[in-house]
Design a protein around this ligand. Structure first.
Ligand SMILES: Nc1ncnc2c1ncn2[C@@H]1O[C@H](COP(=O)(O)OP(=O)(O)OP(=O)(O)O)[C@@H](O)[C@H]1O
Ligand SMILES: [Mg+2]
Length: 503
């Protein structure tokens, strides 16, 4: 274990770091989000920045790209100090970040979006990519139709475009914050191919991810944070997933409960001939029928964009179906039915309200609350919601200040309080660290084992095979495979997921 070890790092023959954080400290009120954070990034390397939810990863990256002014510390690029707290200074020194929420203008074309970022201040508008942008596209291998408007692009295409835009601005250090959380396994592979090409010419990538298998695939070095501090910095080579997990969670162990033994109870969710029409007027869900009984934990999987998200949104009442029928035990307003949408801020949570008010959303008319909201009851309820998955924060603080993982924990804590009989969860472990993900999986397993019906969408096939009793594969808006987990395999599921692509 070391932080600031005196042996000079050497990557690809280079000995001078491209960028170095030294003693970066940043507090929010009493909370020290970054405590004396120091690490370097060498040219040509992929550094994985790891740590549990709330460890301080995004804060450190926000300091690096000028969004936060630290209380103490310095950042050097090419061994020269960089002005802090200025996004323009960070961009000028070659730091670029792709945020989880993309910053593209949907009504403009791909090229117009790039142009907006690089041609600012030009007198005449170019209609086609400049030689420079075209050279960049060929060098890195971007596969994009630059004349296509962004709203017609898939999430994976939008992400490529974001990366292109940041590189076109001259980024030499590219920060990717949980980039694969919106991608299918195949799309993730493609992204990593781009990442390898990006670093091949001496640029560097800082990758934030909770998925250990992909870290082992692309990272050359690991920087692990815990409680705001860097607790490990070292080579990634030859480390197993277990070893990396150990570095992240320290001594705490992470274990998964056994899949619920399926002794199906009463039907709790019936979906018949469901059709959902998407924005473009095309059907995103075609004639889908299935049932979920008490005691079952059913996972819906598929390549992103094949109707899984729309199916769950329709069941959760977020999107009206254009045909078909949904019969659910317990109404949305009653206590029996919990829905966890894929998007938190703005759908499941009100960004401007406090944690306490958000913990109350949707349950404010149930017991113990009545016409009067007694302050003591509200406080106690919020404590229960926070404790369910261990969110340590001041209940009066604005919810949008929470880290990505903690937002997810609040939604789940709120929805699972009161032991619902039917749980519909859209990507419930997305963005969660390994310990929290295991905790949520265990909570879903426990509800199913206690007789609840659970339906979840997930992009992690290993997760589904481990915890689901049944798996539904969607492709082109239809269910193309519906099978008990014990009777299928990763191989078979993968084949059905990509069957439409291949034909
Ligand atoms: N603007 C802010 N105001 C108040 N607190 C903040 C702010 N930004 C971050 N925090 C707090 O600082 C801590 C570190 O948050 P940060 O977002 O850096 O974590 P993270 O490692 O990126 O976690 P995750 O994996 O969940 O994204 C958290 O406790 C978070 O609530
Ligand atoms: Mg984060």
């Amino acid at each position: 274990m070391n932080a600031g070890f005196p042996i000079p790092l050497q990557v690809n023959g280079a000995t001078a770091p491209l960028c170095r954080l030294q003693g970066v400290t940043k507090s929010f009120g009493k909370l020290v989000a970054n405590d004396d954070v120091s690490f370097s990034v060498m040219p040509g390397e992929v550094v994985a920045l790891l740590g549990e939810n709330g460890a301080g990863k995004s804060t450190a990256m926000n300091v690096l790209c000028g969004l936060y002014l630290p209380d103490a510390g310095t950042v050097e690029v090419d061994e020269r100090p960089m002005a802090l707290g200025s996004p323009a200074a960070s961009v000028a020194r070659g730091i670029g970040m792709v945020h989880q929420q993309f910053k593209l203008v949907p009504s403009l074309t791909a090229y117009e979006n790039v142009s907006l970022a690089v041609d600012r201040g030009r007198v005449w508008q170019r209609r086609r990519p400049s030689d420079e942008v075209r050279r960049l596209m060929a060098e890195v291998g971007f596969d994009l139709d630059m004349g296509k408007p962004v709203w017609r692009m898939s999430l994976a295409e939008r992400q490529q475009l974001e990366i292109l835009r940041v590189l076109a601005q001259g980024a030499r250090i590219l920060i990717l914050d949980e980039p694969t959380s919106v991608l299918s396994p195949l799309e993730s592979e493609r992204l990593f191919m781009l990442v390898r090409r990006i670093v091949a010419r001496g640029r560097s990538v800082i990758l934030i991810s909770h998925k250990l298998s992909e870290i082992r695939q692309v990272a050359s070095r690991l920087v692990v944070m815990r409680g705001g501090r860097v607790v490990f910095e070292g080579s990634a080579a030859g480390r197993s997933s277990e070893e990396i997990a150990g570095l992240i969670v320290g001594t705490r162990s992470v274990s998964l409960a056994a899949r619920p033994a399926s002794a199906p109870g009463p039907e709790r969710l019936v979906v018949e001939n469901l059709r959902v029409t998407g924005h473009s007027g095309r059907d995103s869900v075609h004639d889908v029928s299935f049932k979920v009984r008490g005691g079952e934990l059913v996972a819906v999987v598929g390549v992103a964009g094949n109707g899984q998200a729309e199916l769950l949104d329709a069941i959760g009442g977020q999107k009206p179906p254009s045909a078909g029928r949904i019969v659910a035990s317990g109404s949305r307003k009653g206590r029996g039915f919990a829905f966890i949408p894929a998007q938190h801020l703005g759908v499941a949570l009100a960004p401007g309200l406090s944690i306490e008010d958000n913990a109350l959303l949707g349950v404010h008319r149930r017991k113990p609350f009545s016409v009067w909201l007694r302050r003591r009851e509200v406080r106690r309820h919020c404590g229960r919601v926070q404790d369910t998955f261990g969110v340590v924060a001041d209940p009066d603080s604005a919810i949008r200040r929470l880290s990505g993982g903690n937002l997810q924990r609040i939604v789940l804590g709120r929805e699972l309080v009161g032991d619902p009989d039917l749980i519909v969860a859209s990507y419930p472990t997305r963005g969660l660290d390994i310990a929290a993900a295991a905790q949520i999986r265990n909570a879903l397993i426990a509800r199913a084992a206690a007789g609840a019906a659970v339906l979840m969408a997930s992009e992690e096939l290993e997760e589904c095979l481990a915890i689901a009793t049944r798996i539904l594969v969607m492709s082109g808006g239809r269910i193309v495979l519906d099978r008990a987990t014990a009777q299928t395999s990763l191989n078979e599921i993968g084949r059905f997921m990509t069957a439409a692509e291949a034909s």
